[in-house]
Design a protein around this ligand. Structure first.
Ligand code: 5GP
Ligand code: ZN
Length: 136
């Protein structure tokens, strides 16, 4: 499969690996938002969280937490963003599931570029709640 992250996992492409176990690797992002920006990647090729089996999606945040603590303590950042981009509309560029753990600093002046809306009224908010609840 022509997938950059599969090639990194197979050792066909180099990476700065900071963690590995049976199911996951964590590597430094090659173009970090801040230095130490880390990607946690399941070794099995899934497109994103939507096609990850429950055994992965249930356990992945345990690893995220370990890495987040190691990053925060190791490089003394002030905070973190933990992000998974899903599909092109959500900013996903590499279609092998991964979670970004991004170090943040009080004075780094980055703002996530998501604009917030207001619901038109309470009924519209109820409709959105129902649409989601009906699919759980
Ligand atoms: P996405 O937009 O899919 O959520 O994020 C993909 C991330 O993978 C980007 O932040 C990008 O910098 C990173 N990336 C792309 N190619 C490589 C690579 O070959 N090596 C590493 N370490 N990171 C990569
Ligand atoms: Zn892959």
């Amino acid at each position: 499969m022509d997938c950059i992250f599969c090639k990194i996992i197979n050792g066909e492409l180099p990476s700065k690996k900071i963690y590995e176990d049976e199911h996951y690797i964590a590597i430094l992002d090659i173009m970090p938002v801040n230095y130490g920006h880390t990607l946690l990647i399941p070794k099995t090729h899934f497109r994103n969280i939507l096609d990850m089996p429950d055994e992965y999606s249930n356990s992945i945040y345990y690893k995220v937490k370990q890495l987040a603590k190691a990053i925060k303590n190791g490089i003394s950042c002030d905070g973190l963003n933990i992000i998974q981009n899903v599909e092109s509309a959500g900013g996903q560029e590499v279609f092998h599931a991964h979670i970004h753990i991004v170090p943040r600093y009080k004075d780094d002046n980055f703002r996530l570029a998501l604009q917030k809306k207001k619901y038109q009224d309470d009924a519209q908010m109820d409709r959105y709640a129902e649409l989601i609840k009906n699919n759980l």
